[in-house]
Design a binder for this molecule. Structure first.
Ligand code: PLP
Length: 257
């Protein structure tokens, strides 16, 4: 069972609903602690309402006390107040429960999903507890305050994120030009996966889905590099069967299985 700490995207493309769909494809059960409710569409930047802090606090207390959680996946945090409560519960997790972080900063159609205070908590309190952090290029740049222009910069950023406390760092290559290369750095050295760029239009929820797949496989005790490699391949499959619900804007991922 994976505990997903995530925002709610009512379109079903990203956030908790995407996590549940990805984990179901692996045969892994999801529990969900919602951090915020969002409203968004391809032509409307996201805006959100955070959940009440007592609600997230009690939810996490109850889930962690009563469910056999094997791994935790963290997505959208929203506000500093919610992020601090998440951090408090993470510090109490048994060391054997790995934490995977998708550092969600903004929605694809625009709109911040993480305020300044939540960003500080993410960087200073949550990354040090991460088994894996999986930023895209803009997220990695902001977390490290560095600009990525060439492959060497990616390595510098990955090294910095490991120094900040993450065991493994997966920098996703979708925002760079050319065919996307996803690069993993960890205690056992670098690995990378190159894929063909399939579709130009933005595919909503790919980050959530990839991180959920990795977390599900870690919960099934796969080693990190295997989990990432299989997840990257499954996501490619979902991208190649993605479909546009309307004439313009997002594509939705195909089913993950
Ligand atoms: N979490 C929520 C609740 C969202 O609404 C979004 C994007 O809109 C994301 C996460 C990030 O989505 P993506 O996987 O496209 O980065």
């Amino acid at each position: 069972m994976v505990l997903c700490i995530a925002g709610y995207d009512p379109t079903g493309g990203a956030g908790l609903l995407a996590d549940v769909a990805a984990l179901a494809g692996l045969g892994v059960r999801a529990a969900g602690a919602i951090t915020a409710l969002t409203i968004q569409s391809p032509d409307q930047a996201a805006h959100f309402s955070p959940v009440d802090s007592n609600y997230i606090d009690e939810t996490l207390t109850t889930l962690l006390a009563n469910l056999p959680i094997s791994a935790v996946k963290i997505g959208m945090l929203g506000t500093g107040e919610v992020a601090r409560i998440v951090g408090k519960h993470l510090r109490r997790l048994p060391a054997a429960v790995p934490v995977v972080i998708d550092p969600v900063l903004a929605a694809g159609a625009g709109g911040a999903l993480c305020d300044e205070q939540a960003f500080d908590v993410l960087r200073d309190e949550l990354i040090p507890q991460a088994a894996l952090i999986a930023p895209n290029v803009p997220e990695a740049e902001r977390l490290c305050n560095l600009t990525i222009k060439q492959p060497f910069d990616i390595e510098r950023v990955a090294r910095r994120l490991r120094e900040m406390g993450a065991d493994y760092v997966l920098i996703k290559g979708g925002h760079l030009e050319g065919d996307p290369i996803d690069r993993l750095w960890g205690p056992d050295g670098p690995r990378q996966w190159k894929n063909q760029r399939k579709i130009g239009a933005e595919i909503h929820g790919t980050g959530c889905t990839l991180a959920a797949l990795i977390t599900g496989m870690i919960a099934q005790e796969k080693p990190m590099d295997k989990a990432v490699g299989i997840a990257v391949e499954m996501l490619q499959q979902a991208i190649s069967t993605s479909w546009p619900p309307t004439d313009e804007g997002w594509r939705f991922l195909g089913l993950v299985n």
